[in-house]
Write a protein that binds this ligand. Sequence first.
Ligand code: BGC
Length: 347
Amino acid sequence: MGNKVSEFGKTSKGKIAHIYTLVNGKGMALEVTDYGATMVSILAPDAKGRSKDVLLGYDDVQDYEQGTCYFGAIIGRNGNRTKDAQVVIDGHVYQMEKNEGENNLHSGSEGYSNIIWDASVDEDGNSVSFHHVGADGEQGLPGTFDITVTYTLTMENEVKIHYEGISDKDTIANMTNHGYYNLAGHAAGKIEDHILWLDADAFTPVGQGMIPTGEILPVEGTPMDFRAAKSIGADIEADYEQLKIAGGYDHNFALDKKTKGVEKVAEVSESTSGRTMEVYTDLPGMQLYTGNFIVKEEGKEGAEYTKRNGVCFETQYFPNSINIPSFESCLLKAGDTFTSTTIYKFC
Ligand code: BGC
């Protein structure tokens, strides 16, 4: 299908990173690097069939090593914030890295966004798989964790991300992808005009350190309500404590899932390009993050990204769920297989 592999520069440790390009003959192309199993670009057609790169990212692997935004990366074993960087599993306390104040964010410096994965391409499936065996104690967590992340570009213009992992001890499996989207093009500026529909009746408010308080609050009557589509910017500056704390949206939404299977949970569109992206997942939650903390990043092709230039839809178990008994747990039992699928579909 014209898929290819090319070099993507050398990491600071002297390892050569690669870019895997998948195409589908329908105007879409996906580039993924083995560094962080990171999506580097998504070329997606607009209403007139003209393709543009809609994903924020960098030109070289060293920029990814230095970046702090997790552009396009796979996050694991444990996404989002963990209070005091501590987890209790089977009565043992495990200490993760405190990489954001007292807390852990996105698994710390040994997180999966910072490693080189083993890659293999499946031409027939139009997919590339990334494999990693995490040692017992990696990131401070128990269990040897054997994890594979597969990206498939389908003929239906879907980027499908499938996770499959197994551990020999009870551990955490809460993986996500941290793509920042701008449907007008990665260098097009603010995303506030994007129209968003989100199938979530509730969200998990945050307190100190942006750790969930444990409550699950209805979105009804608040700026968090996207059940009727509205622009991301419509209420983003509202005088609402949760938005003030995060400088915009940076919250986990409790998805209104009907089944445990993969369902459509969000739709985002941009009127000047006519591009629409749908999000499907089998997970209970999704972090809507509007890029509030992007200060000034030199991105691909000389682009400069600043605050709210991209929006993330990070499907996940609720943040800190391992420490909050009322949240569905991301605990993976020894010998059980963790599987999860998230799809970003371009229409
Ligand atoms: C978090 C943000 C954080 C960003 C980059 C998101 O998942 O919710 O608060 O700034 O990741 O680290």
